[in-house]
Design a protein around this ligand. Structure first.
Ligand SMILES: [Zn+2]
Length: 130
């Protein structure tokens, strides 16, 4: 259940942002699962759908992008896009490439509902009597 723990991590990131930015609900969440991240996108979507009810992700539109990874090609001395660790350099065909990005699952975009300020009132400290 690798994806279930990833979904829990995503929810934690969003809840931390909710506490910091004072929003209650997420309208749209876009994740980027790098081509080398090993994330099974369908399983992750299923896991997120399973944990969303009752959280700030409840009812959120969730999109999972799968951007290509970047690798450094030694013969070309350039950064090239790859889809898997077994890929050759698309320019010279060399396998002397070193992945440099695309190994992570990241939050790409987070769009929240604009809640009226009154919804934040219960979190405020009561006024002190003077
Ligand atoms: Zn190359």
């Amino acid at each position: 259940m690798h994806e279930m723990s990833l979904a829990g991590g995503v929810l934690k990131v969003v809840e931390d942002a909710a506490a910091r930015e004072h929003f209650a609900r997420v309208k749209r969440l876009t994740l980027a699962a790098g081509a080398l991240s090993g994330v099974e996108v369908r399983a992750l979507r299923f896991a997120l759908d399973a944990i969303a009810p009752g959280t700030c992700l409840d009812g959120a539109e969730i999109e999972i992008l799968e951007p290509p990874a970047q690798a450094w090609c030694l013969p070309c001395a350039a950064s090239v896009p790859i889809r898997s660790r077994l890929d050759a350099c698309p320019h010279c065909g060399s396998h002397q490439i070193q992945p440099t990005s695309g190994t992570d699952l990241t939050v790409h975009e987070l769009i929240v509902h604009d809640e009226p300020l009154s919804t934040a009132a219960p979190a405020r400290l009561p006024q002190q009597e003077t």
